[in-house]
Design a protein around this ligand. Structure first.
Ligand code: F0G
Length: 454
C-alpha cells in the first residue's frame, strides 16, 4: 500500500495545542455543539475547511513583499489579471473579495425573479444568492453522485438527459445560466469530467445558454482529470485547465482554495456581460484594481495560480485524502468513495444510524469527533440546509461530516492520529446521541446556530 509523499519541506511552523478531554467537553458545550463556534485555541487539528488555511509557498511569501500598494492601477493587479488571462484564456476579469461576492454579482446581474439555474449540485452560498434574487435552483447531478459508495470516477457529472428535460420543462428563456461546480463540494469534493462539460456545452449551444463554472475547487478537479480521465492522461495540467476554461462563458472562483489566503474573481468571455457586472464591483467590493483584496493577497494569488499548474503541488491534498479514506474504509468506517478533493467525508447517516435525521446525525457526529480527538470537522447535512417557508425541515440528501485537508498543512502522522480517533469513535458510536436547536438563525443557520443533546 503506497503512502503519500510530501513534495515540499516545512520551514515555518505553528505550535499546536491539544487540550485535555475535560476542556474539550467544556469547549464544545460553550460552542452549542456547533464546530463553527469553537475557538481555534481549543482545536488541535483544524479540519473545518480548506478555505483560506492552505500553506503558502516561499515563493508566495516572497511575492507578498514586493506588492505594489495603490488604490488604482497597481502593478500587482496587472500581474494578477495577466496571469488569469494567460491560464484561463478569457479576455475579461473582475476581482472580488471572495467566492460568494462573485455569486452576489452574478446573481444580481443574471438571475431575475422566477429564473432557473440548472446545476450539478448547489453550494450553500451559491444557492442563497440565487434564491435571494428570486431564482430557482435545479440540481441535476447524475444519480451516481448521490450514492455514498461508488467507483464512479466523476461523481460530480451532470445528467445530460435531466438537463434537456429541465430546459424543455421551463423553456430556455427562463434559464439564467447553467452552472457547473468543479470538485463538487457538498457531495464530497467529487470531480467533473471534461467529457461531461463538453456535452453540457453542446446543449448550451443548442439553446443559446451561458455555461458558468464555479472553479473554486478546480485544482483538485484537475488532479482527477489527469489521473482518472483517459483523454487527459497525456495533457499537462495547463492544457487540461485551458480545455475546461474554453468550454465556459464565465469562470468564477474563491481564491481561498485556489492557492491564496483570500480573494476571488470572475473571468468573463463577453464584453457585454463584463460591462453589466463591472458597475457592481466598486459598489460592493472596491475599485476595479483590487476588488476588496489586499495587494499582498493578489501577489500570493498570482504565484499560487502558477503553482497550481504543477501536478506535484496539486496532488498533495487528494493523495492525503485518498490515504485517509482508504484507511477508514478498510476499518469499516462509512466514508464517501471514491475519495474526492477537499477532504475526507464520513457518512453520518450510516455511522450513527440510531440517530434520526430530525436530530441531525452529522452535527452530532461532528461534535462527538471533536470531543474524542480535538479535530474540528464540519457538518454538511440537514443543519446546512434551510427550513421551508412553512417551518418544516428540508432533510439533506446526504448527512456528512467533512474533515477538510488544508493543503500542505498536516503531516502524515497527524492524519494517522485522526484516523485512529475516528476508528475508536466508530467502535463506540452508540455513545453518540442526537441534537436539537436551542438557537436557530433564519439564514445560513449552520454558521452560528446552537444545539444541545436531545
Ligand atoms: N463555491 C464553492 C464550490 C465553495 O466551496 C465556496 C466556499 C464558495 C463558492 C464560496 O467562496 O468562501 O470565498 O466566499 N467554500 C468554503 C468551504 C466556505 O468551507 O467549503 P468564499
Amino acid at each position: 500500500e503506497p503512502v503519500p509523499l510530501e513534495m515540499h519541506k516545512v520551514r515555518i511552523v505553528q505550535k499546536l495545542n491539544l487540550p485535555p478531554i475535560e476542556r474539550r467537553l467544556e469547549a464544545i458545550t460553550e460552542a452549542g455543539n456547533n464546530t463553527f463556534l469553537l475557538r481555534n485555541e481549543d482545536v488541535f487539528m483544524d479540519m473545518l475547511t480548506d478555505s483560506g488555511v492552505n500553506a503558502m509557498s516561499d515563493q508566495q511569501l516572497a511575492a507578498m513583499m514586493i506588492a505594489d500598494d495603490s488604490y488604482a492601477g497597481s502593478a500587482t493587479y496587472t500581474r494578477l489579471e495577466n496571469k488569469l488571462k494567460e491560464i484561463f484564456g478569457m479576455p475579461y476579469f473582475l476581482p472580488a473579495h471572495q467566492g460568494r461576492a462573485c455569486e452576489n454579482i452574478l446573481g444580481q446581474v443574471l438571475v431575475a425573479e422566477g429564473a432557473v439555474v440548472p446545476m450539478n449540485y448547489h453550494f450553500t452560498t451559491t444557492k442563497a444568492h440565487i434564491v435571494l434574487n428570486g431564482g430557482i435552483v435545479e440540481e441535476l447531478v447524475a444519480d451516481a453522485g448521490l450514492e455514498v459508495t461508488s467507483d464512479m470516477p466523476f461523481k460530480g457529472d451532470m445528467d445530460i438527459d435531466k438537463l434537456r428535460q429541465c430546459i424543455d420543462e421551463y423553456g430556455a428563456d427562463r434559464i439564467a445560466f447553467v452552472r457547473m461546480e468543479a470538485g463538487t463540494n457538498l457531495i464530497g469534493g467529487q470531480p467533473i469530467s471534461v467529457a461531461n462539460l463538453e456535452e453540457i456545452r453542446k446543449v448550451c449551444d443548442e439553446h443559446d445558454l451561458m455555461l458558468v463554472l464555479d472553479a473554486s475547487l478546480l485544482q483538485d478537479n484537475l488532479h482527477f482529470n489527469k489521473t482518472r480521465e483517459a483523454t487527459c492522461k497525456d495533457l499537462s495540467i495547463r492544457e487540461i485547465t485551458r480545455r475546461i476554461a474554453d468550454l465556459c462563458d464565465v469562470l468564477y472562483f474563491s481564491a481561498r482554495k485556489l492557492g491564496s489566503a483570500r480573494g476571488g474573481g470572475m473571468c468573463i468571455r463577453s464584453k457585454e456581460l463584463y460591462d453589466k457586472m463591472r458597475g457592481l464591483i466598486p459598489l460592493y467590493e472596491g475599485f476595479l484594481t483590487y476588488g476588496g483584496m489586499s495587494v499582498r493577497e493578489m501577489e500570493a494569488m498570482t504565484v499560487g495560480l502558477e503553482e497550481t499548474m504543477d501536478e506535484d503541488v496539486i496532488s498533495q491534498g487528494p493523495l492525503f485524502i485518498e490515504y485517509m479514506v482508504n484507511e477508514l474504509a478498510k476499518a469499516g468506517v462509512p466514508v464517501i468513495t471514491p475519495p474526492g478533493g477537499l477532504g475526507c467525508h464520513i457518512n453520518a447517516m450510516q455511522f450513527v444510524d440510531h440517530i434520526p435525521q430530525s436530530q441531525y446525525p452529522a452535527g452530532a457526529l461532528a461534535s462527538a469527533l471533536y470531543l474524542v480527538s480535538g479535530a474540528r470537522g464540519m457538518e454538511r447535512g440537514t443543519i446546512s440546509e434551510q427550513r421551508e417557508p412553512d417551518g418544516s425541515e428540508t432533510f439533506a440528501n446526504m448527512e456528512l461530516v467533512r474533515l477538510a485537508m488544508p493543503r500542505r498543512v498536516f503531516t502524515l502522522s497527524q492524519v494517522k492520529y485522526v484516523i485512529d480517533r475516528v476508528i475508536w469513535l466508530y467502535a463506540n458510536r452508540h455513545l453518540i446521541g442526537g441534537l436539537e436547536f436551542t438557537e436557530e438563525p433564519e439564514i445560513l443557520r449552520f454558521f452560528y446556530g446552537r444545539l444541545a443533546p436531545v
